[in-house]
Design a protein around this ligand. Structure first.
Ligand code: ATP
Length: 741
């Protein structure tokens, strides 16, 4: 252990040197001021680069080096979170980045196929101290009997799997298994689907793949960024530390609901409404809703100049036809529509006044007056209003007549489901519809232009004002300042004020039309067809990693087959990969869950648990759920320091949650995974998470609550890393009969 400690201490020394150097460079860059705009922009880039580097050096502090490979030819290297080099010895590698091609045997070499490796060593460290070593000699003759054959670094792996959970997902960089490594390093292009049962490491693989892709294709991806999509904000918080611990900070984590900047769509709605909004036909509904706002009533009367002008349906339809034929988005095509209407109205005015009495300047004046007339503008606004996506949908949902027209192909009941009053909060299922609307409506660039023009005018006025003041001073040197000089000075100052280095992820988060270099979708089975449409729009290159488990689909609008979901966008050009080993759930618990899976579909095969705990799941029949707090207290005592989840049907969440939170110290309802020792959750919120101990309450309630009840129960049962309890009233559902035995 001593020599390893020395080597690891040397690596930390090198890391400290790098930190110091970078801090100095950062301080130097920050001290520079002024210069040409280009110099300032270069300075901003250096500041950003050094800041990122410092963040990376801090992030890799824990477990900086975790492995060593010894080869038969006498070569040896250490493997860690980042690459470190010896500057004094021609940049000889001291530590190899785990993502480098040469580090691959650390994950793939086996006794049967050693790839030149003699020994693989796992270093376990705590802070900067080496606290343990696990060696594997890759010699087919010395392979221990009964050893779990397929596993790499088994001792270290099992130690990681048995560790107490913290409420935050940790990285698996030291113990990535061969089937996972192949997916992590699979090529950037195209769509790769990672199908796997619960606990097979799909989320872990997806995040390590993001880190791998950024390392391997940095130039390509740093500019456009990588997006990781997760099912809800609790889950995103749970996984949020994994990429930073791998030294990667520039990845945007988002739910689909957050992809519309400025919108916090956290409203709730009945599942059948969300499912309806998720159907692909909704794209046609939104398009119809936009067309419905380009109205052509039989007659519109426009007061003008003590007269009344008339627009009949034919005139309006003609203008509308021209605007539509531009194929521009609604707000952008409005200019064409307005021009046509003004032209029609101008014709009427001219005819009334007598065309032969007017010259072209008079006609221009008439057009201008028409354009400026509030009555004319109001008429155009009514016939072709400027619309925001929010306004379009709010008015659609609130107006049964509009819904009838836009949803003519839907049943009366379905139309009724969509109705809601204007002050209802937006829900996640609204976001893809808002996104669709934003595409069809386009920017209202007249507004943006007016704003820019206003700013320009203000700048000129400001410059002129300063010049006027200077003019008053007798000794002012007229050579020194001209209004235009001042303008430039003003603009530059202003530009410098807003110039700020942002990562691709930060810029992407604020821009609805941002397109990413790669998108990773986790719990992808939950996404509706409309959500897929939104995501595909954000990734024109269709370079994606799609991670999920069809058997866990809980959302009624979610996926039942990957081909069905993906083929509209990439036909059959996607690659299916599968993970088959369950690292989370012990065999004793998985046996119970497997019966539930068979009830979802007898063809589905559960993943194989990598370990047993020797602890059988417990079951408690109670006469009422009032007994829950005392059962949970007992379980908390059993688990010691670990985390306990109480998973309940949505209908029980508030009552059971309150009872447990009041009676059990350190318990809370919802998503406080890090602080609380015990959390009470509905199944949907438990998706993707894991706990040392799980108590599933009212399984019959979970089964009955949704058409996908069996999948929900399967998800709930597979969240535990150590212990499982089931609490029920009445009869235990048949699918859990094994628990009675
Ligand atoms: N190679 C590995 N080394 C160490 N731990 C691992 C490894 N693979 C997976 N794990 C652990 O197994 C657990 C389950 O992983 P993860 O959450 O990624 O699974 P999942 O397939 O996404 O599960 P689910 O479908 O239930 O959400 C995590 O604690 C993860 O750290």
């Amino acid at each position: 252990m001593e020599p390893e400690q020395e080597y690891v201490a040397m690596l930390y020394g090198r890391l400290d040197d790098l930190r110091e150097q970078t801090s100095k460079r950062l301080a130097q860059s920050l001290r520079q001021s002024g210069g040409t705009p280009q110099m300032r922009s270069e300075r901003d880039t250096s500041v950003a680069m050094y800041t990122d580097q410092l963040a990376q050096y801090s992030a890799v502090e824990n477990g900086l080096a975790f492995g060593r490979l010894d080869f038969h030819n006498g070569e040896r290297f250490y493997i860690g979170r980042i690459g470190l080099f010896d500057e004094d010895k021609e940049y000889e590698p001291l530590l190899m980045d785990w993502r480098a091609p040469a580090a691959r045997p650390f994950y793939l070499a086996t006794a049967a196929s050693p790839d030149g490796v003699r020994r693989r060593r796992h270093l376990r460290t705590k802070q900067r101290k080496v606290v343990g070593l696990d060696d594997e000699v890759l010699d087919i003759n010395s392979a221990e009997l009964g050893r779990n054959e397929g596993l790499t670094g088994e001792a270290t792996l099992l130690a990681a799997l048995n560790a107490t959970r913290t409420g935050q997902m940790s990285d698996i960089v030291a113990t990535i298994q061969a089937e996972q490594d192949t997916i992590i390093r699979s090529e950037l292009n195209g769509v790769v689907v990672v199908q796997g049962g619960p606990g097979t490491g799909k989320t872990a693989v997806a995040l390590h793949r993001a880190a791998y892709l950024l390392y391997t294709h940095r130039r390509q991806l740093a500019k456009r960024g990588v997006l990781v999509v997760g099912p809800n904000s609790t889950f995103l918080r749970y996984i949020s530390q994994v990429l930073p611990s791998l030294g990667e900070t520039g990845v945007l984590l988002s739910t689909v609901g957050e992809l519309f900047p400025g919108m916090n769509a956290t409203g709730r709605e009945p599942t059948e409404v969300a499912a309806l909004k998720g159907r692909i036909e909704m794209a046609d509904v939104v398009a119809a809703a936009v067309r419905d706002r380009q109205e052509a009533p039989p007659l519109v009367e426009v007061p003008f100049d003590q007269d009344v002008l008339r627009l009949d349906r034919r005139m309006i339809s003609e203008a509308r036809g021209r605007a539509r034929r531009t194929r521009r988005a609604h707000n952008e095509a409005r200019r064409t529509f307005a021009r046509e209407i003004i032209s029609t109205l101008a014709n009427q005015v001219v005819n009334r006044l007598g065309r032969h009495l007017l010259d072209s300047a008079d006609i221009d004046d008439i057009r201008r007056e028409l354009r400026e007339s509030e009555d004319v503008q109001a008429a155009i606004n009514k016939l072709w209003p400027i619309l925001s996506p929010q306004a379009l949908l709010t008015e659609l949902y609130a107006n049964p007549k509009r819904l009838n027209r836009a949803m003519s192909k839907f049943t009366r009941e379905e139309r009724a489901l969509m109705e809601r009053s204007p002050d209802t909060p937006w829900t996640p299922a609204d976001v893809p519809l808002l996104d669709e609307a934003a595409e069809l409506l386009g920017e209202d660039d007249a507004d943006a232009k007016a704003r820019a023009e206003r700013q320009r005018r203000q700048a000129v006025e400001y410059a002129q004002g300063v010049l006027d003041i200077l003019d008053l001073e007798d000794d002012a040197d007229p050579e020194i300042l001209m209004a235009t000089d001042l303008m430039d000075a003003y603009r530059l100052a202003e530009r410098h004020g807003v110039d700020r280095y942002e990562t691709a992820a930060e810029r992407a988060a604020a821009d609805r039309t941002w397109t990413f270099g790669h998108i990773i979708v986790d719990e992808a089975q939950e996404l509706s067809a409309m959500a897929w449409r939104t995501l595909m729009r954000r990734c024109p290159s269709k370079s994606m990693t799609v991670v999920g488990d069809i058997a866990q689909t809980g959302d009624v609008g979610g996926a039942t087959s990957w081909g069905h979901v993906l083929s509209p966008y990439v036909m059959n050009r996607w690659r299916l990969t599968e993970l088959t080993v369950n690292y989370r759930t012990p065999a004793e618990i998985m046996e119970v869950a497997a019966d539930v899976l068979a009830s979802v579909d007898p063809e589905l095969v559960p993943p194989t648990s990598v370990r047993e705990t020797g602890v059988a799941p417990w079951v408690a029949a109670v006469s009422s759920f009032d007994e829950l707090p005392s059962l949970i207290s007992r379980e908390v005592a059993e688990i010691g320091d670990g985390k306990v989840a109480v998973i309940v049907p949505a209908a029980l969440l508030s009552s059971a949650g309150q009872a447990v939170a009041e009676a059990v110290p350190g318990a809370s309802v919802g998503n406080d995974l890090e602080e609380a020792q015990t959390v009470v959750l509905g199944v949907a919120d438990a998706k993707g998470l894991e706990f040392d101990s799980v108590v599933v309450v009212d399984p019959a309630g979970i089964l009955a609550e949704s058409p996908r009840g069996a999948s929900d129960l399967y998800v709930a049962l597979t969240r535990a890393t150590q212990r499982l309890g089931v609490v029920h009233t009445g009869d235990l559902p048949n699918v859990l009969a094994r628990l009675k035995a």
